[in-house]
Design a protein around this ligand. Sequence first.
Ligand code: FEC
Length: 313
Amino acid sequence: MKNKVGVLVMSYGTPQNLEQVEAYYTHIRRGHPPTPELLKELVDRYEAIVGGVFPLRENTDKQVAALQDTLNRLNPYSDVEFVCYQGLKHAEPFIEDGVQQMAQDGIKKAIGIVLAPHYSVMSIGGYIKRAEAKAAELGLSISFIKSYHLHPKLIKAFTNRVNKRLEQFEEAGADRDQVRVLFSAHSLPEKIVAMGDPYVDQLLETSRTVAEQAGVTNWQFTWQSAGRTSEPWLGPDILETMRTLSKENIKNVLVAPIGFVSDHLEVLYDLDIEAQALAKELDMRLMRIESLNTDPLYMETLSDEILGAWTKE
Ligand code: FEC
């Protein structure tokens, strides 16, 4: 019989339906319920993207299933079978539920990975802390992959997408070199910089490497989706960047949200609805690269990382 190794695949999580949005938002706010105004604003955003359907849930399900297939296809260890468990940050099944399920299934050793390539103590660090605490409580041994932002297959997957859209700009009559490529990621509170957090540097490294491989020199990095809190967040935000570009008479912009790996609210609303509306106002042609979702290159990135971590065990 094969030795089962657990893989805790962690992702942000999304509500199951509109009724669950308040509980979800309260969880994100560490137990503090949102004001009715904030709640309405979030419900409106979910309704705007797909009329109350939550794409991140299905996308995460598909990513976890595809990862398990890829892992066992590439697995060089004949005595080992990898079994993936989902653990979500802000919705069921929570990270702790995934760890609990592994223990119930008799798993003794596991590897954890997050469906987000860049490490920050405020993002990936939070996932790992919760999984570690639950694993320690249940006597399960678990190690983690903290980031994979320069994995060659991840870079290739992003580069392919940038090239594909740049070709579409050319077909639309724009000169490739005149398209400003905006790499973007979720903003975080500015205080992470003073904490020596690697998040900003890792995002710039991914951006620079993808730009080099796509032969793009006309690029810059910008933030998006900052939280609605009173503390300062990293900027400039993409909307501010677009206004600045418009003043510089830049008419063609390609957004590459390299901090995300899936279609969800932050891409489908913040970029496809909010940023597109501004582009229209500014008379700018704005395109976005496709999300990775279950791209085989992304699945192989995750598999390589997990198999590499298992080799070190
Ligand atoms: O489609 C969906 O249902 C979920 C989309 C979604 C993703 C996502 C990814 C990240 N977040 C990160 C950091 C923060 C911090 C706060 C925060 C707040 C929100 C809110 C929603 C939300 N996030 Fe999110 N995030 C997604 C959705 N996020 C909704 C609450 C309303 C709002 O502020 O817009 C602020 C929390 C606080 O108040 O303290 C910080 C980071 C990522 C990327 C890494 C990852 O996926 O974990 C970082 C997807």
